[in-house]
Write a protein that binds this ligand. Structure first.
Ligand code: ADP
Length: 501
């Protein structure tokens, strides 16, 4: 009997369930969007109960579409939007507040306060690999405990649980209030600012400074082992849940970046470039994060350097939803192709401040270089180019940190169907850009982690054999033009600074 692995990809804009076969090919997909809740400027929330309902729906959908039942599924893996924090009551299963999403900037005062204790943005960097920033989960949990009535007292009594959406999803799938497993994996834990990167354990001092009781924190486990099985009344009843990786680490795993020096860039709501640095944790001198790439069972953890960009595909959504310039995201390509170039316009989407390599919480978006010549087509082009320029800045930082220049870039994610963007990316980086056949590498990585734990795949060589190139874009742009436009971009970036105190 043919068997399969199912992956749940709990993303920022939607939740997907994807069933993969042994060759890594997609058998079926269920997908549902959830609401983006923007209560105030800079605030972004999701409803955790909506997310768990969508998760149940999409698992059912994927199974039904492939005409499979749970007996055909050997293992399930979970991948998720990282840093998005959920706090819930362990006895009722009710969230005490909406999930605070990774892009949300409300914790800026908390982050500033923690920095003022000494060390500024670098206060915890040696231990956790991350600068103090609104991006990470820890300060979001503190905000909930400080601001939701009664939450702190409940947390101190051991009544509350915290998790990124991997933990929330796993807990619900394994039974919730009836014996749900409260676990996360090392990659998600490495995004909280609460885990020591060397010991892979929660750092009690940092949790203490953030006022987060240790009893709220999930147990930290490897990325590939059996955490539990689907609960009796649930959609994955009896299925081993055996892999968890944060979405960017999952994509790195799915792109088979297993050797030191291999890298991938994912183009989704934001962009995330990860470079495998092996068992060595490399401290960045150039605004990159040090993070856990993956850990397979008892094996040593593998680390990565990461360049995180908050807004790339989200800017395309903004053009669609807030300006109504396009009806659907893919339409931007045609609009951008209606003109030759950006007409002199540069759009820096610092909507959540700027992440790598700047880490400027005070930055806000800017559209510069405007003249009466600039039209909708130029604007569309500037929006796409923003993704490519931001990626160039991260690649420059990566090259400087590692001392080796990147020679090609493996890409994946929702935006890589955009040919114009991919060509421009190759032009601006001056290296080939390569898209694999299975572009759903995030879900694939989670499936791989789960399938490895259950012996469905025998080892990394099995997975390497599954990777195949779909398309490659080679650099074509005149070098002088490349450097001129990149200089202009850098100038545009400086115009976004100092907008918020
Ligand atoms: P996530 O996993 O972060 O939810 P996805 O990988 O599903 O994101 O990618 C969705 C993002 O990609 C959206 O922000 C959308 O605007 C953008 N997108 C999708 N298709 C295109 C396209 N053809 N051109 C440009 N952007 C696109």
């Amino acid at each position: 009997m043919t068997q399969y692995v199912l992956a749940i990809d709990q993303g920022t804009t939607s939740t997907r369930a994807i069933i993969f076969d042994h060759s890594g090919a997609i058998v079926s997909v269920g997908q549902k969007e959830h609401r983006q809740i923007f209560p105030r400027a800079g605030w972004v929330e999701h409803d955790p109960l909506e997310i768990s309902a969508r998760t149940r729906d999409v698992v059912g959908e994927a199974l039904a579409r492939a005409n499979l039942n749970l007996g055909d599924v050997v293992a399930a893996g979970i991948t998720n939007q990282r840093e998005t924090a959920v706090v819930w009551d362990r006895t009722t299963g009710e969230p005490v507040y909406n999930a605070i999403v990774w892009q949300d900037t409300r914790t800026q005062p908390i982050v500033a306060e923690l920095g003022a204790l000494g060390g500024g943005a670098e206060r915890y960097k040696d231990r956790v690999g991350l600068p103090l920033a609104t991006y990470f989960s820890g300060p979001k949990v503190k905000w909930i405990l400080d601001n939701v009535e009664g939450a702190r007292a409940k947390a101190e009594n051991g009544q509350l649980m915290f998790g990124n959406t991997d933990t929330w999803t796993l807990w619900n799938l394994t039974g919730g209030v009836d014996g749900g497993v409260h676990v996360t994996d090392v990659t998600n834990a490495s995004r909280t600012m609460l885990m020591d990167l060397d010991t892979l354990a929660w750092d009690a001092d940092i949790a203490g400074e953030m006022g987060i009781p240790m009893s709220m924190l999930p147990q930290i486990r490897s990325s590939s082992e059996q955490y539990g099985t689907g609960g009796p009344g649930g959609v994955l009843k009896g299925v081993p849940i055996s892999g968890i990786l944060g979405d960017q680490q999952a994509a790195t795993f799915g792109q088979v970046c297993y050797e030191i020096g291999t890298a991938k860039n994912t183009y989704g709501t934001g962009n995330f470039l990860l470079l495998n640095t092996g068992e060595e944790r490399v401290a960045s001198q150039n605004g990159l994060l040090t993070t856990v790439c993956y850990q397979l069972g008892d094996a040593a953890p593998i680390y990565a350097l990461e360049g995180s960009i908050a807004v790339t595909g989200a800017l395309v959504q903004w053009l669609r939803d807030n300006l109504g310039l396009i009806g659907a995201a893919p339409e931007i390509e045609q609009l951008a192709a209606s003109v030759e170039d950006n007409g002199g316009a540069y759009f820096v989407p610092a909507f959540s401040g700027l992440f790598a390599p700047y880490w400027r919480a005070d930055a806000r978006g800017a559209l510069v270089g405007l003249t009466s010549y600039v039209n909708r087509g130029h604007l569309a082009r500037a929006v796409l180019e923003a993704t490519a320029f931001q990626t160039r800045e991260v690649v420059d930082a990566m090259n400087a940190d590692s001392g080796v220049a990147l020679t090609e870039l493996k890409v994946d994610g929702g935006m890589v169907g955009n040919e114009l963007l991919m060509q421009f990316q190759a032009d601006i980086l001056n290296v080939p850009v390569i898209r694999p056949k299975v572009a759903e590498t995030t879900a694939l990585g989670a499936a791989y982690a789960a399938g490895l734990a259950e012996g469905y795949w025998s080892g990394l060589d099995d997975l390497r054999a599954n990777w195949a190139e779909d398309k490659r874009w080679n650099p074509e742009l005149d070098p002088a033009e490349r450097e001129r436009s990149y200089r202009n971009w850098k100038k545009a970036v400086t115009r976004t600074f100092d907008w918020v105190d």
